[in-house]
Ligand binder design. Structure first.
Ligand code: TMP
Length: 208
C-alpha cells in the first residue's frame, strides 16, 4: 500500500525543538532534488487540522484520556488516508512532526496507563509504523519554559505541568527501547545546527 517512499517521524516532549529539526531535515532532503512532504500531527489534512483545534486548545480537563485517544486516532486515520499514504505511494519522503508514538506516550503513559487501548486502536485503525523515528530528548524544565513562552494558544498539554513532561520524557526513552530498529534518540540540548547534523547523518546511513 505504501509504494517506495520513506516515512520519517519526529517525536519528543513539548518544546523539545523537534519541529525545527523536522523542517531542517525536510530542507536538506529537498536540496538533493527529492520530493518531500512535511506534515504534522494532530493535523496534516483538512479534517485532521479541524480535530487538532479540539485537542490542543481549552482546559486540561476538556477531554478524558480515553476520548483523547479516539480523537487523535480519528485525526491520524484521516491524515494517513489523505496525506501520508498517497505521498508514499508516489515515492515521496514524508516527514511527520509527531505520529503514533505520541499517542503511545502522551495517552498511553503520561495521561493514564492506557497503552493497551492505544495499541488496540492503532492495530485496528492505523496499522502503519514509520521507517525512521527521531526522538529529540530534552530536559523537561528547559523545554517547558520554551514551549509556554511561545504563547501559541495551543498549550493544553503544556498546562499539565512539569511532572507530566517528566513522565513524557521517560515514556519516550522507554519507547525508543521498544522499537530500537527505527528509533534514534538525539540529544536536543545542543545547538540547532549540531542537532540537525546528527539527524542528517542518521538519515544518510539509513538511506545507503
Ligand atoms: P505539537 O505541539 O507538537 O504540535 O502537538 C500538539 C500537542 O498534542 C502536544 O502537546 C502533544 C499532543 N499530542 C498527544 O497528546 N497525543 C498525540 O497522539 C499527538 C499526535 C499529540
Amino acid at each position: 500500500m505504501s509504494g517506495n517512499g520513506i516515512f520519517i517521524t519526529f517525536e519528543g516532549i513539548d518544546g523539545s525543538g523537534k519541529s525545527t529539526q523536522a523542517r531542517a531535515l525536510a530542507d536538506n532532503i529537498k536540496s538533493t532534488g527529492q520530493e518531500v512532504v512535511l506534515t504534522r500531527e494532530p493535523g496534516g489534512s483538512p479534517g485532521a487540522e479541524a480535530i487538532r483545534c479540539l485537542l490542543v486548545e481549552g482546559d486540561t480537563d476538556r477531554w478524558s484520556p480515553e476520548t483523547e485517544i479516539l480523537l487523535f486516532t480519528a485525526a491520524r486515520r484521516d491524515h494517513l488516508e489523505r496525506t501520508i499514504e498517497p505521498a508514499l505511494a508516489a515515492g515521496k519522503v514524508v516527514i511527520s512532526d509527531r505520529f503514533a508514538d505520541s499517542t503511545r506516550v502522551y495517552q498511553g503513559v503520561a495521561r493514564a496507563e492506557l497503552r493497551q487501548t492505544v495499541d488496540l486502536l492503532h492495530d485496528r485503525m492505523i496499522g502503519r509504523e514509520p521507517d525512521l523515528t527521531f526522538v529529540i530528548d530534552m530536559d523537561p524544565e528547559a523545554a517547558l519554559s520554551r514551549g509556554l513562552a511561545r504563547n501559541s494558544g495551543e498549550d493544553r498539554f503544556e498546562e499539565f505541568g512539569l511532572s507530566f513532561q517528566q513522565k513524557l520524557r521517560s515514556g519516550f526513552l522507554d519507547l525508543a527501547k521498544q522499537f530500537p530498529e527505527r528509533c534514534h534518540v538525539i540529544n536536543g540540548s545542543h545547538g540547532v545546527e549540531e542537532v540537525s547534523k546528527a539527524v542528517l547523518s542518521i538519515f544518510e546511513t539509513f538511506r545507503k
